[in-house]
Design a protein around this ligand. Structure first.
Ligand SMILES: Cc1ncc(COP(=O)(O)O)c(C=O)c1O
Length: 402
């Protein structure tokens, strides 16, 4: 580095993370996604931290579809969508996503992070007001930040409908109002109060945007997500979502909603216009994952049964997770250093789960986030629980996470 001052600053920031036990190391997986995967230096390791809730990232039909996509379309598009980056594979995937979510139209992005960065600046104008849950995903927070400076931002307390309503009522003159919430909150695993959000959206003439990244494929009888869970799919105006979790785990995101909204994004959304399209092979993989899910709704109930079993067994061991019915099982342990060292001890025993601390979650509420997948057999699950029981310190048992 030519600037010593800059170099010193980087080193200082990294050293601080190390001293506080918050330094991240990248683990090298030397095999495909699945219940158990080899990690360099550790050998075969049970993976309980992936977003592959339905085990479709390495499903034979999904992998085959990706191969066929490469054969047909090559490695990549070498172009943004509006130039020469839209193939029939993109069109097919978007049509399937819209049909699955029972909306008019959908459009893909290179990730859900890019999606959430691209949606709000494109759909809002000066004079509008956005109401966003304080625990929304970082990509929503950043997307809201990217809006025009004359768009009002109100951050309401987590799932606190009285606070949301009070904030909505403060802006009677806003041009357009947008309520934005995660469907499943990624660090808590709890669900948005969708029924109440819908009522408030109607009452205050707001557009309701739900990021259902962790809900799609997990919630609802057929995996259609939080809207199906509440029985009010048609009341969500705009979905944002990812292809990087249940839908094959590839890198990709999407928006689904009315044809007008999707056309507005195609015309105005910067990550869509100024960035390469996702590869056609990824579209084929995600479309196949969607088909597997659509054809086999039993995988959703299988996942649910496994999550319930995992939660029940944890409680029997005196380990109380935050309540919830998503695929995310967070257990609060207190300090960041406790979470990080506990995760390391579990890893040493062959179980990979991740400890999250401040600033990802509030100070003093560091946690382990366990994620169960229908790819896990009951024997994988029992092995994971045995490791947890062996390693978990007695002084953090009995703490209620809520
Ligand atoms: C709620 C939510 N939205 C968006 C994202 C970003 O997804 P992607 O990995 O596709 O960028 C995530 C990923 O963690 C998420 O949990």
């Amino acid at each position: 580095m030519s600037s010593t001052k800059f170099n010193d600053r980087c080193i200082k920031a990294i050293d601080t993370l190390k001293a506080e036990g918050r330094y991240k190391t990248l683990k090298l997986l030397s095999g495909a996604a699945g219940a158990e995967t080899p990690i360099e230096g550790l050998g075969d390791t049970l993976i309980f931290c992936a977003n592959d809730y339905l085990g479709l990232a390495n499903h034979p039909e999904v992998v085959k579809a990706a191969h066929a996509g490469i054969e047909e379309f090559g490695a990549g598009t070498a172009s943004a969508r509006f130039i020469c980056g839209t193939t029939t594979a993109h069109h097919d995937l978007e049509t399937s996503l819209a049909a699955f979510l029972k909306v008019e139209s959908a459009v893909c992005y290179s990730s859900a992070f890019a999606t959430n960065n691209g949606v709000f600046p494109a759909l809002t104008q000066p004079g509008d007001a956005i109401f966003s849950d304080e625990l929304n995903h970082a990509s929503i927070i950043d997307g809201v930040r990217l809006c025009h400076r004359e768009v009002t931002r109100e951050i309401y307390k987590h799932s606190n409908m009285a606070d949301l309503e009070e904030k909505l009522s403060r802006h009677p003159d806003a041009q357009c109002r947008f309520i934005i919430s995660d469907g499943v909150f990624s660090m808590e695993g709890d669900l948005a109060k969708l029924d109440e959000l819908c009522s408030l959206a109607k009452k205050y003439d707001a557009t309701l945007v739900i990021d259902d990244a962790h809900g799609l494929g997990v919630l609802g009888e057929t995996g259609r997500g939080i809207g199906e869970h509440y029985g009010i799919m048609n009341e969500i105006d705009i979905y944002t979502g990812t292809l990087g979790k249940t839908l094959s785990g590839i890198s990709g995101g999407f928006v689904a909603g009315s044809a007008t909204v999707i056309d507005t994004l195609i015309q105005f959304s910067r990550p869509h216009i100024f960035s390469n399209a996702i590869p056609a092979s990824s579209c084929r993989a995600a479309a196949m994952a969607l088909k597997v899910l659509d054809d086999n709704p039993g995988i959703v109930s299988d996942l649910r049964g496994k999550v319930e079993y995992f939660r029940r067994r944890l409680v029997e061991m005196g380990i109380t997770p935050i309540e919830g019915n998503s695929g995310i099982i967070p257990v609060v342990v207190g300090e960041t250093s406790t979470a990080i060292s506990l995760a390391q001890r579990l890893l040493d025993e062959g179980l990979y789960v991740v400890g999250f601390g401040f600033p990802v979650v509030p100070e003093g509420t560091a946690r382990l986030r366990i994620q169960v997948s229908s790819a896990h057999s009951m024997s994988d699950i029992d092995r994971a629980l045995d490791i947890i029981n062996k390693v978990w310190p007695n002084d953090t048992r009995g703490i209620t996470s809520n």
